[in-house]
Structure formats: C-alpha cells, structure tokens
Design a binder for this molecule. Structure first.
Ligand code: ATP
Ligand code: MG
Length: 340
C-alpha cells in the first residue's frame, strides 16, 4: 500500500533555458531525475518564462537554449517515454494560477528569500527589482501545483523556493477551505551545490563558470587545467590545502574510488603531490563521464526535440487545465457555462 502511494507521486522539476546544462545540474538534479523516471510520473519543464524574468531584453538567448537544454536531457538518459518534457510558455494556465497565488504572499516575504536575495545581488538588480523577477517563486509555485507534484529533484538553492511554494499551498487550502493543492518536498542530489570552476560558491550558467556537459574534449581539458587549486602550493613538495581547492571539490563530486581519493588528499596535504597530476586525474574522470553524453547529443536533431516538446506540452496542458478548473472552483469564481 505504502509503495503504491509513493509510486503514484508526481515528480516535477525544471531548468531555465539560459544556457547549456552543466555538471552542477548533473550532480544536483539530473542524476536523480534519471533514477526517478522509472518509478514515478515525471514532468520536466523548460522554464522559458522564468528565464525571461531576468533576460527580458534577450529573448533570442532564451528561445535558442530551449532546444539545447532539451538535447542535454535526452543525452544524459532522460527518456521522453517515461517523462513528460515541455516548455513553460506553452501552458497558459500556469500564468492564471500565478495571479491567484500572488495574493497569498507578501512582497517582504519574497524579498527575504535567500536564493532570490543572492540572485538580485549577482544581477545588480538591487536598486530596481523587476516585479516579475521578485515574483518568480510564485510562478514556480504554479508550476509545481498545476501538476500536483510532491517531489522536486533539485539543487540546494531550491530549498527556500519550495518553502515559499508550500506556504502558498497551505494558505490557499486554508483560505478557500479546500485540499486541492499539495505540498512538495525537495530531493537534493548527492552534491547539492557544485562550486564554479573559478572557485565561486556555485557553478551557474549565468556566471559562465561551469563545465557544460556538451563541452568538447579540448574545452573540458582547458577548463580543468585553469582551475584554482591552492596558491601556496607552488612546488610539488609543498604541503597543499584541500579546503577551497576546486580540483578536490570536483574529485569529491565525480571520482568514484573514495578510498583512493582520501589517500590522495593526505598526500597532497603532506606535500609530494603536484597539481598537474591531480588535474590529469580529474580530466580522465570527466572525459570518461562526458564522452558518451557528448556522442549521444550529437545524434539528436532539433526537429526531434521540437516534436518531443510539442507532444509533452499537449499532455501537460490537459493536466494544468484540470487543476486550474479545481482551483477556480475552490476560490468560487464564476463557472464558465458556454464555450468561447
Ligand atoms: P542560471 O544561472 O540561469 O540561474 P543555473 O545554472 O543556476 O542557471 P537553473 O536552471 O537555475 O541553473 O537550475 C536548474 C536546476 O539545477 C535547479 O534544480 C538548481 O538547483 C540545479 N543547479 C543549478 N546549478 C547547480 C549547482 N552548481 N550545483 C547543484 N545544483 C545546481
Ligand atoms: Mg539558477
């Protein structure tokens, strides 16, 4: 019985089409999606409307990256037979839901959100915040609830956003005396936040400090060899630091032989292990991981992904229409009695 309930759970997750997907996505969320798709109803959304909230002046970038992100999905093993893949702007019901939810949260609560706060800082939006950007957590609440999703495989930056979504859900259900909306839980990957190759706290498309899954052999190698290690580790015999060392952060995330990695760390700390040897180990590890992904990606055409996304939108929209009808009914809005 318990098993049945769990398997009936809906999984939903999304990415902004602001660039190709990177290794942060892989360890934070994609790996979990590939696992979950076998036992749950899975929805994966390309959040183009959310991407416009901080790229409204560059719609071409958002439009072009829809197909790139979809190719990244397929190349890591997300299956369109198991998951519904779709584009956010093709589901207008999400935006009607957003408007209803907007009344259930205060501006100050949105401003207090640590993820949004950090992003505002990063984007220099601190003096003049676009209302749409501040409200993107509300739009995200609509995305989650429209599909009655209860499990969100995502990186740790999503935790404060899912908290807001759950607050809105509780407030909606209490205010309208209903239980049509469901709360969701975040499932954070093994590495909830992968650092940038420049040592910044988070690898991100917008900061251009990530290793993309589609990077060529040469670009990957060049990014690894430019990684920040320990500035005081000059000679091979010098003792080196592990903390803040980007190469070790990536080995921690991707090198499978943990016992050997511990030995390498001890040796590095004592002195006697050079940065070039470490980088070469990381290069071999990541080239082996990304080679099959790169090869699979090269076989996928734009037409194939567009067909998949259109079929996904048709399926997703039916569900969103149904939820919106339940939401309108719960609020007590005028029932539509004629077709128009
Ligand atoms: P942008 O810079 O445009 O915000 P992004 O690189 O942050 O792009 P998103 O599309 O915002 O990527 O995030 C999609 C998903 O990937 C989210 O679940 C997020 O938590 C996860 N994610 C993104 N970057 C990382 C990272 N460095 N480590 C772990 N998870 C990440
Ligand atoms: Mg982001």
């Amino acid at each position: 019985m318990l098993m049945e309930t769990i398997e009936n759970k809906v999984v939903l997750t999304a990415d902004r089409p602001t660039g190709h997907l990177h290794l942060g996505h892989y360890v934070g969320s994609l790996r979990n999606r590939v696992k979950l798709q076998d036992s749950y109803r899975c929805f994966i959304m390309i959040a183009d409307v959310q991407a416009l909230s901080d790229n409204f002046d560059n719609p071409e970038k958002v439009r072009a990256n829809i197909t790139e992100v979809a190719k990244d999905y397929l190349s890591v093993g997300i299956s369109p037979e198991k998951c519904t893949l779709f584009v956010q702007s093709l589901i207008p019901e999400l935006f009607e839901l957003t408007v209803y939810f907007m009344n259930l949260i205060s501006v100050s609560r949105l401003e207090r959100n640590p993820t949004v706060k950090a992003e505002l800082q990063q984007k220099s939006f601190t003096d003049s915040i676009p209302a749409g950007f501040l409200a993107y957590p509300v739009s995200q609440t609509a995305d989650i609830t429209a599909f009655k999703a209860q499990l969100i495989p995502a990186g740790e930056d999503q935790l404060p956003l899912i908290e807001i979504a759950n607050e809105i859900v509780r407030r909606f259900n209490r205010t309208y005396n209903t239980n049509v909306l469901l709360e969701a839980e975040t499932m954070v990957g093994k590495v909830g936040r992968l650092v940038g190759i420049d040592g910044k706290a988070k690898a991100s498309k917008s900061l251009n400090n990530a290793i993309f899954m589609s990077d060529s052999t040469e670009v990957l190698k060049q990014k690894i060899y430019s990684m920040y290690t320990d500035p005081n580790h000059v000679k091979v015999s010098d003792p080196g630091r592990i903390e803040g060392n980007v190469v070790f952060a990536y080995l921690d995330a991707f090198y499978e032989n943990k016992a050997e990695l511990e030995e390498l760390k001890l040796k590095y700390q004592k002195g006697g292990l050079g940065d070039t040897a470490l980088k070469s180990l990381l290069n071999n590890t990541l080239q082996a991981l990304l080679m099959p992904i790169r090869e699979k990606r090269a076989e996928i055409s734009d037409d194939t992904v567009i067909d998949i996304l259109m079929a996904g939108a048709a399926k997703a929209r039916k569900i969103a229409i149904q939820t919106l009808a339940e939401v309108r009914d719960a609020i007590g809005l005028l029932k539509r009695t004629t077709d128009f």
